[in-house]
Design a protein around this ligand. Structure first.
Ligand code: PBG
Length: 322
């Protein structure tokens, strides 16, 4: 008899033959930022996750750095009074999100990686990632806005620009805009295969960014499709992306694997808000062992082929490693 169980007979042997590991350095922690001071606001649908004003954000980052987390992806939660149809606040000189990036980079320099969000929805009174006209999302009219947003973020020191909008041609447009402004070293992490997913629900609660009218299905991908993910990734690679992202992660492990098999760029998976909240909710009820399902989920995303995992569990995971 052939006995595969021999390689599982002790923890030490299991550790020795383990094929996939997760290093804290491969994790990116998402952080939500609000305007003002001394704010640390909880988000009902995301227990353990907060919206921070800049002062509190710097304390949170200091905590994370001590735990070994060095990469952060930042999202602004913008007051409704600052939102308009063209997301003009996204590149305004007094934008608190830009100030936050600047302060983080001034304090930490190359010690941390700051990944930004480029999309209109946090700043749009329509709650869409593109300009809306007569109920339609206009692609080419959106690109210059994304370009301005990206340059404004690069100017304050962002390491990596993260276009999450899914407009066609935006990676090339942003690359060109960055180059023209002299930011040839600023990277682009493109949300290459971003699905029209209901798992974004808690994130939209946090940012109050649910679309006013309609849904995002004319720009985000149909969850039923996988060949289309390769097409999207090919375009983003050709247009100059430095990283390719799949989002969400757990319901899309096959897509992560397919991108890993077909591309040489680092593959990023975004373990999104709904994936986090459902485990948290079940754990709160005592139905699941939180630490165990967190570790299993993150490791599964790595096993599928993700080189980098963006997760709201990053800090908690790092805390279990001390
Ligand atoms: C939108 C954006 C979304 C997320 C990140 N950027 C949601 C959406 O498309 O409405 C979701 C992230 C998460 O659910 O954690 N530009």
């Amino acid at each position: 008899m052939i006995r595969p169980r021999r390689n599982r007979k002790s923890k030490a042997i299991r550790d020795l033959v383990q094929e996939t590991r997760l290093d804290i350095k491969q994790l990116v922690y998402p952080l939500f930022i609000v305007d003002g001071e001394k704010k640390k606001l909880s988000i009902e649908s995301m227990p353990g996750i907060f919206k921070f004003s800049i002062d509190e954000l710097l304390l949170e980052i200091a905590d994370c750095v001590k735990l070994g987390i060095h990469s952060f992806i930042l999202f602004p939660s913008v007051d409704a009074s600052k939102k308009d149809t063209t997301a003009s606040y996204s590149y305004a000189a007094d934008n608190f999100y830009l100030k936050a990036i600047e302060q983080i980079k001034t304090k930490y320099g190359e010690e941390v990686v700051v990944i930004t969000d480029v999309a209109m929805d946090p700043y749009s009174s329509d709650g869409h990632d593109g300009v809306v006209k007569d109920g339609k999302i206009l692609n080419d009219e959106t690109l210059p806005i994304l370009g301005k947003m990206a340059v404004a973020q690069a100017k304050v020191g962002a390491d990596i620009i993260g276009p999450s909008d899914m407009m066609d041609g935006r990676v090339a447009y942003i690359r060109e805009a960055l180059n023209e402004a002299g930011y040839t070293d600023t990277s682009i992490m493109s949300y290459a295969a971003k699905y029209a997913s209901a798992f974004y629900g808690p994130f939209r609660d946090a940012l109050d960014s649910t679309p006013g009218e309609g849904d995002k299905k004319t720009y985000q991908m149909n969850p039923a499709n996988s060949i289309e993910a390769i097409r999207e990734a090919e375009l983003d690679e050709l247009e100059g992306a430095d990283f390719l992202m799949v989002k969400p992660a757990l319901p899309y492990l096959d897509i992560i694997k397919s991108l890993k098999d077909n591309f040489d760029l680092p593959i990023v998976a975004y373990n999104v808000s709904g994936e986090y909240s459902m485990l948290k909710a079940a754990a709160e009820k005592g139905w699941l062992d939180e630490k165990a399902v967190m570790e299993e989920s993150l490791l599964s995303i790595r096993r599928a082929g993700a080189d980098i995992v963006i997760s709201y569990f990053a800090k908690e995971y790092a805390m279990t490693r001390i």
